[in-house]
Structures are given as C-alpha cells and as structure tokens.
Design a protein. Structure first.
Lengths: 350, 485
C-alpha cells in the first residue's frame, strides 16, 4: 500500500492525474474517522489530505469560513470559537473537514442546526482524472449552476478529493443545557417534550433515557426548562455539558444509521435491540450492533421506507439507490478510469 | 402528417385534447415568463398526473422535440422561455396537497401548488413551508424547486433546498424516480440536491416532499431608519457580528420607500436615506434579547428611529410595504429590470455606492430593495422601453453591476437563477473545467440534451471529450433568431 501525503492542491492534481494514467486505485483519507462507511473497497494507495489544513479566509461578520479540507475539526472549532461561532458538525476532534463532508455526518443536534450538506457553500474538488473544479460560491445564497457542494457531500471520496471548502458557520450559543430523564418509556417521553418545548436543539432518546439539548439566550433556555418541567417527572440538568452526555452505541463494533420518517422511529426501536439512540423529530437512529448477522436481521425487519447504511464497522451501505444508470454516469464523468475507492459506493455497474 | 402534428395527436390522446394547446394566440401566452425574454413554442401540455407528464416526455422523445417545464411563469431569468421546436409542459393543473403529516414534519404536494396556498393550509396546524419569495402569492412550489428559491425569511431558515426532503421526477426518457426520502438521509449521491435549482434542465418534478417548520411562538418586526445608506449597511454587519440571525433583514433605499408610501401608506419614513425592516422570531425570551441586540447595533450606527410594530395589523402593514415594492415602481416608470446578485455582507455598502455610480453614468434610475442579511442585492432598474436607447442603457448597466458583484467576491444569482439572462456570464465565475463538470452533471440526467436547452450553461460548456457519454451536437448552440428581449 502506497501512502501519498500531498502538501498542496497542485500536488493532489498531479497525484490523481498519474494514478488515473496508470490505473492505481486510490482511497482518499482524512482523519480515518469514517473509514467504515460505504461498501468494502480494495485500493493500491491512500491519499492523505491532512497537509491541506490551512485557514484560507475567515471573517466572523460574513459567517463564512474557507479552509483546507484537511483541517481537523478541533482546530477549526478553536478558530471559530475566537469569532464567537461554530460549524455545527459535532464530529470527532481528529476528523477532517473534508472527511466530515464526504461522509455527510449527521450532528446529534440536527433538529435545530439542520443538515450538514446545507452548510457547504463552496467546494474545490480534484476529480479522479486530476481536474481541479470549483462549485458554489463564498456567499450564503447562490443559484449559479448545479449544486456541486451538495452533490459532493456524502459522496465518500468516490468523485474526487475535496481539497478546499467554504462553510456557512453560525453564532455559538450563548447558553447550553442538557436535561436528562431516566425512563424506559423514552420515546413517548421525548415526543411529549417535542410537543411541550419550543425550539429544542435536540431530543435524543436511548433505551433507558432521554436527553434534551437546549441552546440559546440564557432567558430562552430558562423558559425552555420551565416548559420541559411541565410534562412532569424528575429530570437532571447538566449545564455546559457535552452533548450527548454519553454515547454507548458508539463503542459497538458496528453502528448502523437508520433514516426514516420520524414517526417510524418507535417501530425501528422495537427491532433494534437495546443499544440505540434516536433523534426524535428528525428520523435518524444510530444502532449499536455486535455482528453482521444482527445487522442483516435489523435490515430485514425495518419498515419499508427505512434505510440503514453502516457508519462504523463492516456491513456496507445496504440496498442500492434509485437511478443506478445516473449514478454510473455521474461516477464515470468525475472518475473516468474508476480509480477512486472502487465499489465503495454504487456507480461501478455492480 | 408532420412530426409536430403526430406529437399533437398522441398528446391529445394521452392527456385530453383540451389540455393540449397549439393555437398561436394561446401558445403565445406561454412564450414568456416574468423576464424580459420572449420566445415561442409549438405545443403546450397541461398534464394532471405523473403518468401524463411521463407520457409528454416519451412523446417528445419519440418526435425529437425539446421540452420546457413551466410552473407559474414568475421566473425572472428566462428559464421557462421556450423557443423553436419546443413542447412546454406546464404543471399548473397539478396543484393539490396530497398529504400532510405533522407527526413527520412533512407534506407531499404536487408541483403546481401556489406557495402561499400551501403556507395558508399549514398555518392552522402550527407549521409553515419556509421559502417565501416575493412572488409567493402566485409562484408554484415546483418553480421554487427549479430555482432553489429564497425570500426574506431564508436568512434564518435557509433556501428551498433545505426544505425539500424528496422529489418525484420524470426523467427525459419518461422514467419516474424518487430522489431523497422521507427520512433525512439516504445512501447514494444527492440527486435530490442536484435537481433543486436545476431550472428544469434535468427532468420534470411531479411530486415534492416538503419539510414543515413549526411556526415561531413569538415574532417582533422593527423598522429602523438611517440618515445614510452606509449606516444602514453597517448595521446589517453589526447585527450579524453581535451573534443575532434575524428571521428577516430587508433593506430599502429612499426611492423605494417613497414609491411604497404613495402606494400602500405603510408609514415608512420618506426622508430616510435607507430603512431596514428587521424581524426576529423564536421564544418570547429570545425575541426580546434579539431585539435589544438589533437596537443596540442600530444605535451604534446613527439610527434615527427604531419603530417596533405594536400590533399584528401594524406588522402586516410593514410587510405589505416591502412586498409591494415591485408594484409600486410603476409610478416611476412603466418597465423595470430586476437584478439578483449576492455579495459578501461586509461589502454591501461599498457595492451599493458603486451601483449608484453605474446607474448615474448610464442615465438611469435604480431602486434598491433587497435581502441585506444574505448580501443578496436586488437593484431594480426602472425605465420606459418606448424611449429610444433606454433598454440598451439598462442592459449595459446590468452587465456592469454583474461584473461589480463578481469582483466583490459574489455570485451571479442568489435566488432567481441563471436561465437565459445570465448564462453567458457564467464564465465570469467559473472556468472551462468547472463548466465542463457541470455539463457532465446535466448529461448524466439528460444524455440526449432534450430538457430546457440553452438554459443555465453557456453554449461553450461541454462535458470533456475524454468522457464518452455523448456528443452535445444534438443541442443547438446559439439562440434562434426571434428570441429577444
């Protein structure tokens, strides 16, 4: 296995151009935090993006940060904190910005902060055959041709190497609090909270507790806490704590991310064993599993509309997407020789 | 029987004869949208179902016709303007809400539903569809998808793409697919995201799954007036820098407020150089805190007066003023050309100064009414097209404004799209490699180049020769004679 560690965008162009010419299969690697996502792939070389970690531009009054894709999440967060802002990806500290985007990571705070792909304003990508292309713009609103930033988000390094991005960032909450209920009736309690509390940042249910995240102005968080108390039952308040306060599903060998209409989460939970976490009102459930067999069983029993790609461990992406021919043509136009993570995604005719 | 005649016969059979228009007078109504372009079309189809849209596309393919999708026709960039051998497929009769599921925070709607009709249907349930373009009384949700529409409230709530969970689409070959899902994530490329904002070039959307947003429990609307445009623009940056993202942050200059006052009597101060209409929403506690920050930012920048709407009626009147701005311009001149560029927020004041200078040099009048919080400028050039040379001066000034915004690090369009109007400006912001990649995206959906040709990408943009997808030669390169503005 060759390890390639290019120091500049121009070097990435050269590397991929020559890899395409001599059919070297390449895996684009950032912080190695999302390696399990996608179907298994065999490659001849890894291209590390971690030297592309510079800050290109950041002006807090613009709420836009332009960074090299190899910048670590913790480093970006430190820079934004100085501007009183954040990029709400909630990814591991060592994850790179490019890797987080390529894996389309879902934040546990998604109810309030939205989809990660909505925060990618501009992207520079080196295609499989070494073309440096740019899509989007460094402004918060833009309808100028096809939405390449959203297209690249979640593409798992199969279209090209993300080398630089402009991100839409947001003010850091002035106050944050997590309220915790210990209950085995967690989804029902969580749904009552969703009804009773205006604009919570997250309501996360696990098999035996509910954690509700509140963020905003101090008076706002106080009012939300009072609204939460109105549903009855004792709860614990954790101020300025990490969210979620614990995440046992992350230690399982396999973590599947189930996506479904929010009202189906209860039905998924009934089939998911005991180690899961559901984002109520959003429709995401992370399920900690011990083997590919339990994953297969879960997939068999899911409601029809639910989808469950693996985000950690083995087990792949599950069923193939609609419009396979379009996927194949898109893959072929960005990676004509098919050197980028062959098979990790669809689009290889598999 | 000519190809067109056979297409007409087949369409009449697949849909219904009265829903296929070919009379020159009737089809002339579909030869324009709200832009300054006028084209021409051969046939117009008014389908009522996904199956009928699929039939339209199959028949168009069989008879080698181009297809131009159309919603309410309120687009400002010419994306719905047909020409030549084109079948216009208008979705206006597909205007139903199919299903509302508040427990899932989603609704399935047909593309022809009017934006405001959907919003009104959702309001009693405590929810809304957030995109609110100024044309929301008439524009369709399908059109919103086509242009990735914005509106005043997308500052806090995001553009249309953030509010579309899934689309059902008929592809150019007549096959039907659903991209996206009722759940928030899906494996596979974000084909949903590519369709949103594609201006009808990838297929025809036949059902839309929209995300519902809970209505905010409290809202406060304020009107701030300033002695100079610079103070007003500086206040925009100061509000954002204070960590406040208002629900809306709209700026209007003196020519606009004067016209609005004459027209709807909204109580705007006509002696102010510029006003800001600011709306904050959320919990009552959050609204109060945000309003204090907004007032403080304004006081730091020489605000003359901070007026807070005390009643719902007063709030509605302030908004009525803003939303009537384009109509109010008719008092000044019979025609207008509305621009749509985005610049970094911190460059607003400098760019506005230069816009005034460009307009002065070209002996024109401009009204500025725009989404300041997003940096989304809407210089409105008013003129009388009967006056010799006026249109030429407008077009010249428009081009100068586009170049100015691009030089400031901006984008060609924030919410109106590229259409015909700006496709030849695309090379100002993208190089040939970038545009080639976009052409490849388009070809992946529409290998025969049948959907809405000539729109969005300049004719020079080609998917690279090394990619054996197709030759683009089927698509005409130049606009035909008679397509004029």
């Amino acid at each position: 296995m060759d390890l390639i560690h290019p120091p500049s965008k121009g070097d990435v162009v050269e590397v991929l151009r020559s890899a395409s010419a001599d059919a070297t299969r390449v895996l684009i690697v950032g912080g190695r935090q999302h390696m399990g996502k996608g179907n298994p792939t065999e490659v001849d070389a890894e291209l590390w993006t971690t030297q592309l970690d510079g800050l290109v531009a950041y002006e807090p009054a613009e709420m836009v940060a332009v960074v090299g894709a190899g910048m670590r999440f913790a480093d970006l967060d430190r820079i934004l904190k100085d501007g009183g802002q954040e990029w709400p990806a909630d990814a591991p500290a060592d994850a790179t910005v490019g890797g987080i985007i390529a894996a389309a990571v879902t934040s546990p705070r998604r109810l309030r902060v939205g989809a990660l792909r909505d925060t990618v304003l501009e992207v520079e990508l080196v295609t499989g055959d070494g073309r440096l292309i740019r899509g989007g713009a460094r402004v918060v609103k833009n309808v100028t041709g096809y939405d390449i930033p959203r297209f690249v988000a979640g593409s798992l390094g199969t279209l090209g190497a993300i080398v630089q991005v402009a991100l839409k960032v947001k003010p850091r909450p002035k106050s944050r609090r997590t309220l915790v209920w210990n209950t085995e009736d967690s989804i029902a309690v969580g749904l009552r909270l969703l009804e009773a509390v205006p604009s919570p940042t997250s309501v996360l249910a696990t098999a035996d507790r509910v954690e509700m995240r509140l963020e905003g102005w101090p008076d706002e968080v106080a009012a939300q806490t009072r609204a939460a108390a109105s549903i009855g039952g004792g709860f614990e308040a954790l101020d300025e704590a990490d969210f979620p306060s614990r995440a046992p599903w992350l230690t399982a060998p396999i973590v599947a991310e189930v996506s479904t209409a929010p009202s189906r989460l209860q039905a998924v939970a009934a089939r998911a064993g005991g180690n899961w976490a559901a984002l109520l009102g959003v429709g995401i459930m992370w399920v900690g599993l011990d083997s590919e067999e339990t994953l297969a069983r879960l997939r068999d029993e899911l409601p029809d509309d639910a989808i469950s790609p693996v985000v950690k461990g083995s087990g792949g992406l599950g069923d193939s997407p609609p419009a396979a021919a379009i996927h194949q043509r898109l893959k072929a136009s960005f990676d004509p020789t098919g050197i980028l993570a062959p098979g990790r995604f669809w689009g290889e005719g598999a | 029987m000519t190809a067109i005649e056979s297409a007409h016969a087949e369409l009449s059979q697949a849909l219904a004869p009265e829903r296929i228009l070919s009379d020159p007078l009737e089809s002339a109504l579909y030869a324009r949208d709200a832009s300054m372009f006028e084209g021409g079309c051969t046939l117009v189809a008014l389908p009522v179902s996904t199956e009928e849209v699929a039939a339209c596309l199959r028949i168009a393919r069989d008879h080698q016709m181009f297809v131009v999708p159309r919603g309410s026709g309120t687009g400002l960039a010419g994306a719905a303007v047909p020409f030549g051998n084109a079948l216009v497929v208008a979705t206006t009769k597909m205007n139903r809400v199919l299903e509302i599921r508040t427990e899932d925070r989603l609704a399935w709607v047909q593309p022809g539903i009017v934006n405001l009709d959907l919003v009104e249907e959702l309001r009693p349930l405590g929810y809304t569809f957030a995109p609110d373009p100024s044309s929301q009384q008439v524009c369709s949700v399908g059109g919103n998808v086509g242009t990735n529409a914005g509106g005043p409230h997308c500052l806090a709530y995001g553009v249309t793409s953030s509010h579309i969970l899934a689309v059902e689409i008929v592809l150019p070959d007549g096959t039907v697919e659903v991209f996206g899902s009722e759940g928030p994530e899906w494996p596979g490329y974000d084909l949903r995201g590519l369709v949103v904002g594609s201006e009808g070039t990838l297929g025809i959307v036949t059902r839309v799954c929209v995300r519902l947003v809970p209505l905010a429990p409290a809202v406060r609307t304020m009107l701030l007036d300033f002695p100079t445009v610079e103070d007003c623009a500086a206040t925009v940056s100061a509000i954002i820098a204070a960590g406040v993202i208002p629900a809306a942050l709209e700026m209007m200059d003196q020519l606009v407020t004067g016209a609005i006052e004459n027209y709807v009597h909204a109580g705007y101060p006509t002696d102010a150089a510029a006003v800001l209409l600011v709306e904050v929403d959320g919990l009552a506690e959050s609204v109060k805190a945000q309003a204090l920050e907004v007032a403080s930012a304004a006081h730091g920048n020489n605000v003359r007066n901070v007026r807070v709407a005390e009643t719902e009626a007063e709030r509605e009147l302030l908004w009525k003023g803003r939303k009537s701005a384009f109509g109010a311009t008719a008092q000044i001149a019979p025609d207008y050309h509305l621009h749509d560029c985005v610049v970094p927020r911190t460059k607003l004041a400098a760019v506005l100064t230069d816009v005034y200078e460009i307009v002065r040099r070209n002996d024109l009048k401009v009204l500025n009414v725009f989404h300041a919080g997003d940096g989304n400028l809407h210089p409105l050039l008013v003129f009388d097209r009967r006056e010799p040379g006026a249109l030429d001066r407008v077009l010249r000034a428009s081009e100068e404004i586009v170049r100015l915004c691009v030089q400031a690090g901006g984008a060609l369009s924030g919410e109106h799209g590229i259409g015909l109007e700006k496709r030849d400006f695309m090379h100002l912001v993208f190089n040939d490699t970038d545009l080639g990649a976009q052409a490849c995206l388009r070809d992946a959906f529409d290998p025969e180049g049948r959907m809405n040709p000539q729109k969005v990408l300049p004719s020079s943009a080609r998917c690279g020769d090394h990619i054996a997808l197709r030759g683009n030669d089927a698509v005409p390169n130049e606009l035909p004679e008679g397509t004029w503005i």
